[in-house]
Structure formats: structure tokens, C-alpha cells
Design a protein around this ligand. Structure first.
Ligand SMILES: CC(C)(COP(=O)(O)OP(=O)(O)OC[C@H]1O[C@@H](n2cnc3c(N)ncnc32)[C@H](O)[C@@H]1OP(=O)(O)O)[C@@H](O)C(=O)NCCC(=O)NCCS
Length: 257
């Protein structure tokens, strides 16, 4: 059965998404079943559930494995498409969306806290650090939503890797990247880039821990399985484990590497 904007709003409200919340949503549009109105109906339905004080962020990632200090990203954030799906791509194109200034890990946001949650991303020396929207959302008491996808796609787990300084997550030399911002100005954005050489990730290991602690709830909206996670709870839970095993979030967990 199809779902529409009102159904999306009701579904998220049923899952406890309240007025004024801040959400960072990773998503699969297809997972909802047929949506009358497509990606826009999902976005508007969630905004309806959040009300005027709420904020919806989406990851609008643009990085790829060919990037390096020798081949640094140069990106126009007014036009650069993201590879994180139809919903983020639709949201970032809206005239009132604010996109954070980062050459690989930008987020786009709509709503009351869109500006404060996206500001200063270019000042973060690492993609998901404390001035990134990923950490700011957590610090603001926000929630991560995985709609039709799992923790495997959770970019905030990279925030955890950066805070724990795990050693495998980033390239070691600074890349002198640059971005064109929403005003058309060129901004130099030196940063450490994601390393694709690191061990395979296994972020799913966090799911039972988060459920046990009441930091994650799972329900459905339309046909989509939706996970809603306390963002700071995820960061703290994962950091606790990484203190004992820096490879906890990878397939090398427990192998004493
Ligand atoms: C990869 C991923 C985006 C694929 O999901 P998907 O649902 O197949 O793709 P999208 O969300 O882009 O939605 C487009 C699809 O929705 C479907 N679709 C189109 N209109 C639709 C509608 N009105 N209603 C429902 N589905 C519709 C189509 O199948 C379309 O695919 P097509 O263009 O190939 O025909 C998803 O599985 C995922 O991983 N999401 C998280 C990504 C992320 O945040 N990564 C961060 C990494 S750190």
C-alpha cells in the first residue's frame, strides 16, 4: 500500500519523533514502498512531525576513493550531487536548504537549527569532528534516523573513530581541498581525507548495545524499517568500547591488532 506525506508524518510521530527535535536521517526511498509525492513527501512529512522548531539534516556526501593530498577535492557545493540517495539529493536542492561547507562529508539541513548545526564544518580538520554537523547534532541532543538502512551507513560512527583517534580511518597527510560556498566564494578547506585502505567496518555490532540501553528504537513507517538512535548515546557507547579495543568497530575486533 502506498504512503503519502500525512502517512509519513503520522508514522514518525508514532515512533516518538516529537515537535522541535533535530534528526540526521540516512535513508532509502524505495524502502518506504510506493510514496505518493516521492522524496519530497518524505521530507515534508518528517518536517510536519518536527514542527517549526524542528530540524532535519541529511548526509550529502561527495567523497570517493580517488581523492588524496595529490588529488585534493575541489567542489562547488551549490551544485555537487551527493551519493547518499534520492532523499538527501532532493533536500539539498531546496532553495531554503543549508549545506555545510566540507569537500567530502557535507550535510544539508532544513528547519530551525539548520544554520547552527551546519556552521564551521570547514574548520574541522577531520571530516566528522567536533565542529561537524554529525557531532553538533549529538551535542544538541539530536537523533540519528536510519530509514530502510542499517548502522552500516551511520556516518556518526566515523565521528567516534575520529574522537578515539583510531589510526586507520584517515589519510595521514593534509589535503589542500577547496569548496565554493553558497555565495559563490572559494574557501580553502585543508583537511585529512577518509582512508579507503582501513579495515572493513562492522558498525552493526553497536545495535544490541544500543537496544539494551534504550538508546535505539525500531519501528516501521510505510514499509520502511526505521531506527531512531540517541546520537550522543551512540557516540558515548562506542567510545567506551574503543578505549579497550581501537578496532572494535571493524572486523578486526578482538584480534589484538
Ligand atoms: C544506497 C541507498 C541510497 C539505496 O536506496 P534506494 O532506495 O535504492 O535509492 P534512493 O534512496 O536513492 O531512492 C531511489 C529509488 O527509489 C525508488 N523510487 C522512485 N520513486 C519512488 C517513489 N515515489 N516511492 C518509492 N520509491 C521510489 C526507485 O527504486 C529509485 O531507484 P531508481 O532511481 O534506481 O529507480 C540506500 O540503500 C542507503 O544505503 N542509504 C544510506 C546512504 C548513506 O547515508 N550513506 C552514508 C555512508 S557513511
Amino acid at each position: 500500500m502506498a504512503i503519502d506525506r500525512a502517512g509519513v508524518a503520522a508514522g514518525f510521530a508514532r515512533l516518538g519523533v516529537g515537535e522541535g527535535a533535530a534528526l540526521l536521517m540516512h535513508s532509502s526511498l524505495k524502502s518506504f514502498g510506493w510514496v505518493d509525492g516521492g522524496a519530497d513527501a518524505v521530507i515534508d512529512g518528517i518536517l510536519d512531525a518536527l514542527g517549526p522548531a524542528g530540524t532535519l539534516l541529511v548526509p550529502t556526501l561527495t567523497g570517493h576513493r580517488e581523492l588524496s593530498p595529490q588529488n585534493p577535492p575541489r567542489i562547488d557545493l551549490r551544485t555537487a550531487p551527493c551519493w547518499t540517495g534520492r532523499i538527501p539529493e532532493t533536500l539539498r536542492r531546496r532553495p531554503d536548504a543549508v549545506r555545510s561547507l566540507h569537500p567530502t562529508h557535507s550535510c544539508a539541513a532544513l528547519g530551525a537549527q539548520a544554520e547552527p548545526l551546519t556552521r564551521d564544518h570547514h574548520r574541522s580538520p577531520t571530516p566528522c569532528g567536533v565542529t561537524s554537523p554529525y557531532f553538533r547534532l549529538a551535542a544538541a541532543g539530536g537523533f540519528i534516523v536510519m530509514a530502510g538502512c542499517t548502522l552500516s551507513s551511520c556516518t556518526t560512527c566515523h565521528t567516534v573513530e575520529e574522537l578515539a583517534n583510531v589510526g586507520y580511518h584517515l589519510q595521514t597527510e593534509t589535503a589542500f581541498a577547496s569548496c565554493i560556498d553558497r555565495h559563490g566564494d572559494l574557501v580553502e578547506t585543508p583537511c585529512l581525507l577518509h582512508s579507503y585502505a582501513g579495515p572493513e567496518r562492522d558498525f552493526l555490532v553497536l545495535e544490541p548495545l544500543l537496544l539494551e540501553q534504550g538508546l535505539m528504537r525500531i519501528g516501521t513507517v510505510g514499509e520502511s524499517t526505521v531506527r531512531i538512535i540517541d546520537a550522543m548515546g551512540l557516540i558515548e557507547t562506542a567510545l567506551d568500547r574503543l578505549r579497550f579495543d581501537p578496532y572494535y568497530l571493524t572486523v578486526l575486533r578482538g584480534k589484538g591488532q
